[in-house]
Design a protein around this ligand. Structure first.
Ligand SMILES: Nc1ncnc2c1ncn2[C@@H]1O[C@H](COP(=O)(O)OP(=O)(O)OP(=O)(O)O)[C@@H](O)[C@H]1O
Ligand SMILES: [Mg+2]
Length: 366
């Protein structure tokens, strides 16, 4: 069994607290991604799981074993780094075999394991080549292969694709998913790229300033972000936020920020009552604001006038940058949309998809 548990894990470097009391239960065979902005503590957390960094407070379990004092080589993990650091003078076979030789593994077993991992990674035809004779993607696969031959219970990967160009990253992403299915092991993967997190993780752990913000499936994190930070970090273009206040008129509640005015659906009233006459942050994703022709099917729409600031054609779609009063909004519309800068544009907001955040603690209210 290779579940990984972090219980109140904290890491201090002198005065800097890089990781603050993180609790995580990673299941056996699960693919979990740590994601967050630069410096939020992803690598530090991974290195503590690997045993490369001491835990200041808390406990780490791999399987049923408390590993706080277990040296890295006895943790049954393998780590893949961003800089794949292959031995330049060794061919692919020797790069893959090196760790096993050091451990005194028998030649026959080394041959079998190298052949197996080369097969999984499509490297069989390259075993005689030196790293400099390989493409970036192939080198990255050798780095993965070095981890695979060790047959660890847990793979720890720190931004393993970030040295590759965009196209190759997409290809390797697909390969990593297939690899996870074939290997049937636990993978903990670090990235600051939210697209990589969304596409790879069975669950993603969003970290900010050393604190775990949310740990859930990509879809839940996307649809029900727990805080304004998570809402803004996951998704591209990011969620639109409007600062305003909650006003009650008769038995209706309205979010208002100048001309940006929205009636809150009645089934949400019970969650927002306490914010009456207070500041509140409204959130809506770019795909939940529509132009009029596309909005016919929306069950509870809200119509508003905006002005086009500029537009970006993305090929398959267009991002329109709008303003409602002085509030900026990004929306996604069809590629054919030719709304010109400075013209009026009627938008329809899908009231079923609105988010509201507490401006003080940044937590999601709905
Ligand atoms: N050895 C160290 N000594 C002092 N501070 C450190 C050390 N290692 C990391 N830190 C600090 O701990 C915090 C977390 O660093 P970490 O490397 O875990 O971030 P990260 O989330 O992996 O960022 P990135 O996306 O840039 O790789 C940062 O503020 C960093 O400066
Ligand atoms: Mg890092």
């Amino acid at each position: 069994m290779a579940q990984v548990s972090l219980k109140n894990v904290t890491k201090k470097f002198g005065d800097v607290t890089a990781v603050k009391s993180i609790n995580l239960e990673i299941k056996d065979h699960e693919f979990v991604v740590f994601v967050g902005p630069s410096g939020c503590g992803k690598t530090t957390t991974l290195r503590m799981i690997a045993g490369l960094e001491e835990v200041s407070e808390g406990e780490i379990f791999i399987g049923d074993n408390l590993v706080n004092d277990t040296p890295p080589k006895d943790r049954n993990i393998a780590m893949v780094f961003q800089s794949y650091a292959l031995y330049p003078h060794m061919n692919v076979y020797d790069n893959l075999a090196f760790g096993l030789k050091l451990r005194g593994t028998k030649k026959k077993e080394i041959d079998e394991r190298v052949a197996h991992s080369a097969d999984i990674l499509g490297l069989t035809d390259y075993l005689d080549r030196l790293p400099k004779q390989l493409s970036g993607g192939q080198r990255q696969r050798v780095a993965l292969g070095r981890a695979i031959v060790r047959q660890p219970q847990v793979f720890l990967m720190d931004e393993p694709l970030s040295n590759l160009d965009a196209k190759l990253r997409v290809q390797m992403r697909a390969e990593l998913q297939k690899l996870h299915k074939r290997l049937q092991t636990t993978i903990v993967y670090v990235t600051h790229d939210q697209v990589e997190a969304m596409t790879l993780g069975q669950r993603i752990a969003v970290i900010l300033n050393g604190e775990l913000q949310q740990f859930d499936s990509p879809l839940i994190v996307y649809q029900k972000p727990i805080s304004r930070f998570v809402a803004g970090f996951i998704g591209s273009p990011p969620m639109n936020f409007v600062n305003g206040s909650l006003i009650k008129k008769e038995d209706k509640y309205f979010f208002e920020a100048e001309s940006f005015k929205i009636e809150i659906p009645s089934d949400l009233h019970e969650y927002i009552k306490e914010y009456q006459d207070k500041d509140i942050v409204f959130g809506i994703r770019p795909e939940d604001i529509w132009d009029v022709p596309s909005s016919a099917w929306i069950d509870k729409p809200c119509i508003m006038e905006s002005k086009v600031d500029f537009r970006e054609l993305m090929g398959s779609e267009t991002y329109l940058y709008l303003k409602v009063g002085c509030n900026p909004l990004i929306i996604r519309v069809g590629a054919m949309c030719d709304a010109a800068a400075g013209t009026k544009f009627t938008i329809v907001i899908n009231l079923r998809k609105i988010h509201l955040f507490d401006p003080e603690n940044q937590k999601a209210i709905i």
